[in-house]
Design a protein around this ligand. Structure first.
Ligand SMILES: [Zn+2]
Ligand SMILES: [Zn+2]
Length: 226
């Protein structure tokens, strides 16, 4: 109720353009003109030109089976995600998870697993942005959310200078599963996918614990390989 009244009497400024946006965080015009990802690889969501599996995935298939990304990680999407992550703008989760809602997973054996954050990062940040995005999504999709089923046991800072294969090696053993995922379709939710090395390692771990299929749902995808 208080929230509802606050929304009515204190209109937000649009996060992108600063114009009055009523009760939403991003105004209709800015929402409609957000950059889009077109013709992406169904496996890794990198723009591939023709909705075909990209050369990288053809050469070395990642452990995950598919990826859907809502938006490319470019302005103003990068600002929105960073505001959530570092500016503690938790209200942005509603907006960002709303963008992923249309990408519902296949029903049946599906479970939602947010990309786990290392406990040291969790203490530092106070929340796991992937879990905050996953929570309303799991509810909207009617799919169970498994918050503690996977832990991040190694604090591997992404090393931008490392070539992809080394990053992949660098991620080895980063996760630990508590329990079995036998026969499950695991929907991994994350905010940003950059190289995919972290998602690849998580998928590898989930499959070694029985997952039948691992599909990623990410808010934003870095549009070109880094
Ligand atoms: Zn706007
Ligand atoms: Zn690909």
């Amino acid at each position: 109720m208080a929230r509802h009244l606050a929304d009515r009497f204190m209109p937000n400024e649009c996060f992108v353009c600063g114009q009055e946006a009523g009760s939403v965080l991003v105004c209709e015009a800015c929402r409609a003109s957000l950059p889009r990802l077109a013709a992406v690889c169904p496996v890794c969501a990198i723009p591939s030109g023709e909705d075909l599996i990209c050369g990288t995935c053809q050469r070395t298939r990642p452990a995950f089976d598919a990826t859907a990304a809502a938006l490319p990680y470019v302005f103003p999407v990068d600002r929105l995600v960073q505001a959530l992550k570092y500016g503690r703008r938790l209200a942005l989760t509603r907006f960002l998870s709303g963008l992923l809602e249309p990408f519902a997973p296949p029903q049946g054996a599906a479970v939602v697993v947010p990309m786990p954050l290392h406990p040291a990062r969790l203490r530092e940040r106070g929340f796991n942005q992937a879990a905050e995005i996953a929570r309303p999504l799991a509810r909207a999709w009617g799919v169970p959310l498994l918050i503690d089923a996977v832990e991040r046991v190694r604090d591997t800072a992404p090393q931008a200078t490392l070539p992809w294969l080394e990053r992949r090696r660098n991620m080895r053993g980063a996760f630990r599963c508590n329990g079995s995922f036998a026969g499950r379709v695991v929907v991994v939710v994350d905010d940003v996918m950059t190289t995919g090395a972290t998602l690849d390692e998580l998928a590898r771990t989930l499959k070694s614990h029985g997952a039948a299929c691992v599909v990623n749902r990410v808010v934003a995808r870095t549009p070109s390989p880094v």
